[in-house]
Design a protein around this ligand. Sequence first.
Ligand code: ZN
Length: 227
Amino acid sequence: MSTPVISNGGINFSLKSGSQWTPEFVIPAELLKLPAPLSFFHILRYLKTQKRTGWLVRGVKQENAESISDHMYRMAVMCLLAPEEDELNSRKCAIIALVHDLAEALVGDLTPDDPVGPDEKHRRERETMAYLASTLKPVNEKASIVLFESYLEYEKQSSAEARFVKDLDKFEFLLQTVEYERDVKEGIESNDVSLKDFMYAAKLIKSPLVKDWTEQLMNERKTFVRD
Ligand code: ZN
């Protein structure tokens, strides 16, 4: 397998390491000059331009690799199906899904193999969310609070909604994995793309509803993949 080229959509998020890293450092100068919320909206673009690293390192073609916002969008739509009998607020779930990886716009989709360790990764993500919330505060304080609190809720897994969205995070990943496996089968992706070890995520899902979806997906997978 050849070494994949990692594209981050034009933002250089890893120039500085350790405690030197700040959100302002990686935001292009022309965006820093713009007023909120316009600057914030432009920063969201980096969720569209950055491909999820996990696929690229496995050899999925750059043009077929899912972006960070692709992943969050499908999760947010899935939230419409949040089970009300478990007293989940689907709107709250959708907001958490839409912000849970938002910090990656500026931090990048770091993997465990990246030299930036988990503590530093979390520091950068939290700083990014605090920074973005602070830029929004003067124009819409409520939105600023929702943005930051929803992110924290997911990080701390402090509500039933946050825990449901965590299951969706795994399920959406499995769904995308099976879709790429089908692409390999159909010759759209190279036979070098091997993703079967990603199936471990299925065992980590707790919500009965998301477990049912996973079982449907695994049954579908059995029709065209032989491990
Ligand atoms: Zn995610």
